[in-house]
Write a protein that binds this ligand. Structure first.
Ligand SMILES: [Zn+2]
Length: 73
C-alpha cells in the first residue's frame, strides 16, 4: 500500500496505526514526532497526545517494545 497519512503536527512523519500489546488498544501515531490520536479521530493539530504519555498512563514503558504495527504490508 502506498497510501499514507502525513502528520499534521510535523508535516513530515507518517501516521501509522499501532496496537498496544499489553492492552490491545489501537491508536494512531506519527513515526516522526510521536504525536498520537485515537483511531477514528480526526487528525488535528490542536487535539493530540504523545505516545510517551499514553503509555505512562497505563503503567507501560514508553521506551520499551510496547507497540505493534497493525497496518500490515
Ligand atoms: Zn509528526
Amino acid at each position: 500500500m502506498s497510501v499514507y497519512i502525513i502528520c499534521p503536527m510535523c508535516e513530515q512523519g507518517r501516521v501509522v496505526t499501532y496496537r498496544v500489546k499489553a492492552t490491545g488498544e489501537v491508536l494512531q501515531c506519527c513515526d516522526e514526532c510521536d504525536s498520537t490520536w485515537d483511531v477514528g479521530a480526526e487528525l488535528s493539530a490542536t487535539e493530540f497526545g504523545f505516545i510517551e504519555d499514553f503509555l505512562r498512563e497505563r503503567g507501560l514503558d514508553p521506551f520499551g517494545d510496547e507497540l505493534e504495527n497493525v497496518e500490515g504490508p
